[in-house]
Design a protein. Structure first.
Length: 575
């Protein structure tokens, strides 16, 4: 019995009739676009290399709609703040203008009703499609999104003293609920100073803020691109009041100074922009040290291409994510970007067809469409207990924040063996050591060899500032050989190393960070070594023979590509 073929849409029929594509290609593109809820036009352009202008002209003829030329419009005058930026990027659409209760959207596929409906639901406005060419839309959308992000930075930079006093600060409990507005609590100078520190940290892209009391001094430091730097030295006499203000903001007990406390702050920058901070206090000899971790939701949605994977490493990661079962482990020290890697994988997997649950300690960034659970050891909600509950809730994908003990490891292994994809982290230095760590925990070798499908070990290296980096012509060839550049797979004459310099656009010659990865797929040879009780050195040798670059080689390749310096590669990977 033949399977019925779905009818072609009007645009597909037009393209077939014009001879632009054949009927088989039309059916294939239409089927893919419907199953993945993507645009038929974008599927033709990216999947079948059809010219955007030809498609636009065909759509114009078919629907009697003129083509709007995006080259003639200045994206800076387009209406911002109406539509969620993630939604625009997801559907490749651009708000052109608003008339009354109607919003006109640039679309390369005027039949993409799903995009129109989602924007309508998001904005409460009726939506109309305006036909544009896909390549011009992509360029205009990128420019528009960049301008919107820059406007947020301008908002921060333009805050005056009055704005600093009036920032909307909410204390948030661990369940994420709003407790109270604390903006009027404490003395005005303290309020203003704390608000300024928080805003300065956000503006320069810091990941952590440290408030540190000492016997004869007090300092505030920011961690930027992985490096701590002193930013302020307020009077020592203010130490107690600064701590009290931060504890009030984060809904802690200000009278308790003997034990550590945890809390969260939500800082409202604008009507539609808020930043979360995870706060922890620690009693020290001379007062409470308080550290704030800045939780940036955008870091979880960077996309795999922005993380710095080599092409072969990215392919291995994507292939592992496509498997219906197995275990993917991400390993590295604190602050090496493990959470971002896991969230990136979850975002790729996050579709309406999948049930995804995570157990985290704590949940750092909220991910829409994923069931996230905060581990709470005080009430018995451990990683293992959360994982047991997940398995009774019909999951497809499970993420465990960290495998800390044998019980969690065994339940995770069992989940991976029974048709679930499990993602988790361990604190080890390399991929081979991750396998031996599981064995040392007491996990049977057979379970490790047959369940773990991929291990990613990673570090974060500071990225050289493109505006001021200078060629490194002072490094002799023998030094390059000693460092290992003969083994990176790039001929010496085809790469140029660079030194950091420093300019107004960067911090000491660096701006941002790039990931350095060791991605190892568990091959038959590695499985056999595990089963035979082999050690990490034997596993590392087998991984190297299989063509998997270790962290050192990956870091040197980043230096050879001009992304980081040799000094930085040595800092993050050299023993």
């Amino acid at each position: 019995m033949n399977t019925p073929v779905m009818a072609l849409s009007g645009l597909a029929r037009r393209l077939v009739a014009d001879g632009t594509i054949d009927e088989e290609t039309a059916h294939e593109a239409q089927k893919t676009s419907r199953s993945q809820k993507t645009s038929f036009v974008l599927e033709l352009i990216k999947g079948h290399d059809v010219s955007p202008s030809i498609i636009a002209n065909a759509a114009s003829d078919e629907f009697g709609t003129p083509i709007f030329d995006l080259d003639c419009i200045n994206t800076s005058i387009l209406p911002g703040g109406l539509v969620d930026l993630k939604l625009l990027s997801k559907h490749q659409t651009l708000p052109l203008f608003k008339r009354g209760n109607r919003l006109f959207l640039a679309l390369a596929d005027p039949t993409n009703l799903h995009a129109l409906d989602e924007v309508k639901f998001n904005t409460g406005l009726n939506t109309d499609a305006v036909l544009v060419e896909a390549n011009k839309l992509e360029a205009a959308l990128e420019a528009f999104l960049n301008q919107q992000e820059e406007s947020i930075g301008d908002t921060l930079g333009g805050l005056d003293d009055e704005a600093l006093d009036g920032l909307d600060v909410e204390a948030v409990d661990e369940a994420g609920g709003k407790e109270h507005d604390s903006s009027e609590v404490d003395e005005a100078p303290i309020v203003k100073f704390i608000n300024k520190v928080l805003l300065d940290a956000i503006k320069i892209g810091a990941s952590d803020i440290h408030f540190e009391p000492y016997e004869k001094s007090y300092r505030v430091r920011f961690r930027t691109d992985g490096i701590l730097e002193e930013m302020a030295k307020p009077p020592t006499a203010l130490a107690t009041r600064l701590a009290a203000r931060l504890k009030v903001m984060s809904q802690m007990d200000i009278s308790e100074r003997r034990i550590p406390q945890d809390g969260r702050i939500k800082l409202k920058i604008t009507k539609n922009r808020a930043i979360d901070f995870r706060v922890n206090t620690l009693p020290t000899l001379f007062g409470e040290k308080i550290v704030l971790r800045i939780l940036d939701p955008s870091s979880a949605k960077l996309g795999i291409d922005a993380l710095g994977y080599e092409d072969d490493q990215k392919k291995l990661f994507m292939e592992a994510l496509e498997q219906p079962q197995g275990m993917i482990l991400v390993t590295g020290p604190t602050g090496s970007g493990k959470t971002v890697s896991l969230y990136t994988g979850l975002n790729i997997l996050n579709t309406s067809e999948r049930n995804i649950s995570t157990a985290e300690d704590p949940v750092e960034i909220n991910l829409e469409g994923i069931n996230q659970v905060n581990v709470n050891n005080k009430v018995g909600l451990t990683f293992a207990e959360a994982l047991r509950s997940f398995l009774r809730q019909d999951p497809d994908i499970v993420m465990v924040g960290e495998i800390r003990d044998l019980e969690t490891a065994e339940i995770g292994i069992k989940a991976a063996q029974t048709g679930h994809l499990v993602l988790s982290t361990l604190h080890t230095n390399s991929a081979p050591e991750t396998l031996t760590r599981l064995l040392n925990m007491g996990v049977p070798a057979f379970n490790v060899a047959t369940t773990v499908s991929l291990i990613i070990a990673q570090r974060l290296a500071r990225r050289l500032c493109p505006a001021c980096k200078k060629p490194a012509t002072d490094i002799p060839d023998e030094i390059l050989s000693q460092e290992g550049f003969d083994n990176i797979g790039i001929p010496r004459e085809e790469f140029q190393l660079f030194h950091p310099v420093g300019c107004p656009k960067c911090s000491k010659g660096y701006k941002g960070r790039v990931g350095v990865y060791e991605v190892v797929r568990i091959t038959d040879t590695i499985s056999r070594i595990i089963m035979e009780g082999g050690n990490a050195i034997q596993i590392a040798d087998a991984a190297r023979e299989a063509g998997f670059n270790n962290l050192r080689i990956s870091a040197l390749r980043k230096a050879a590509q001009g992304l980081t310096s040799l000094e930085e590669a040595n800092r993050v990977t050299k023993d």
